[in-house]
Design a protein around this ligand. Structure first.
Ligand code: NDP
Length: 271
């Protein structure tokens, strides 16, 4: 699995399996098991998804060395603040049945808790309980707020990102600050299959629309974590490292942006 180097020197796979909306039991375990079997080495979960135990079970039963697997989990909004974040982390680690997490993210920015939550993540990093710390759904204003009172720059900003939402200003800001972008809902929950420009590219490269879009992200240095519980799609979504999109086709994909969101806008949401 191709990797990208984060700003603290650790390597993260360019592609991972997202497990949001999978049931904790057999759905999560079967999907993660299958993904690991066919070569995925990164799993994206969160306390909110209520399936960390299923992810942990699948990883333990996989017989793959723990240090070959990259686990991301996230602190949920109601657990933010210094002490609560530390205790939420311990619970997540226990459910995941591991003694360290690869990447721990702040799930959403809570304006008056950005600093205290981040301090907790810095402590976990200093104590080597996490290999990298980062954020999710942070707009530029939230990142600037975090920078005011932090010692460590986030490695990752995981945000909604797909052909209809490319957030060029945020991408530029993150690049300048050495923060790697990670795309959630990279497939627009399957809707990329209905976009005519993507269908045309799919015919040109003899790849599926999902593969075109995931390849586009990879070539731009953006990590993707598509979710699927279906074996054939978990496999399909991983077969993106055997072809190259030409620059002119990357430009076509870049031009589809409509600032269209499937989820809440972090600039507007008020938790
Ligand atoms: P995705 O864009 O990954 O789409 C997932 C949906 O698309 C599922 O319904 C899946 O159905 C379907 N699908 C998967 N592969 C294909 C394919 N090749 N062709 C057609 N349809 C397909 O959206 P998600 O919202 O799930 O985002 C991915 C991951 O990002 C999440 O699982 C989670 O880990 C993370 N995330 C993070 C958020 C955050 O706030 N940080 C918010 C939302 C998501 P099926 O399972 O039936 O195949």
């Amino acid at each position: 699995m191709k990797t990208i180097e984060l700003n603290n020197g650790i390597k993260m796979p360019m592609l991972g399996l997202g497990v949001w909306q999978m049931d904790e039991g057999s759905e999560t375990e079967n999907s993660v098991n299958f993904a690991l079997e066919i070569g995925y080495r990164s799993i994206d979960t969160a306390a909110l998804y209520a399936n960390e135990k299923g992810v942990g079970n699948a990883i333990r039963s996989s017989q793959i060395n723990r240090n070959e697997i990259f686990i991301t989990t996230k602190v949920w909004n109601s657990d933010q603040g210094y002490e609560k974040t530390l205790s939420a982390f311990t619970k997540s680690m226990k459910k995941l049945q591991t003694d360290y997490i690869d990447l721990y993210l702040v799930h959403w920015p809570i304006p008056d808790k950005i600093s205290s939550t981040w301090k907790a993540l810095e402590k976990l990093y200093d104590e080597k309980l996490v290999r990298a710390i980062g954020v999710s759904n942070f707009a530029i204003k939230h990142l600037k707020e975090l920078f005011k009172n932090s010692e460590i720059i986030p490695t990752i900003n995981q945000v909604e990102y797909h052909p209809y939402l490319t957030q060029p200003e945020l991408v530029d800001f993150c690049q300048k600050n050495k923060i790697v972008m990670e795309a959630w809902a990279p497939l627009m929950k399957g809707k990329v299959n209905n976009i005519s420009e993507i269908i045309n590219l799919s015919e040109k490269y003899k790849k599926t629309p999902a593969q075109i879009v995931l390849r586009w992200n990879a070539q731009k240095g953006i990590i993707s974590i598509p979710k699927s519980s279906r074996k054939e799609r978990i496999l399909e979504n991983s077969q993106i490292f055997d072809f190259n999109l030409f620059d002119e086709d990357i430009k076509i994909l870049d031009s589809l942006n409509k600032n269209y969101r499937l989820g809440p806008n972090p600039n507007e949401i008020d938790f």
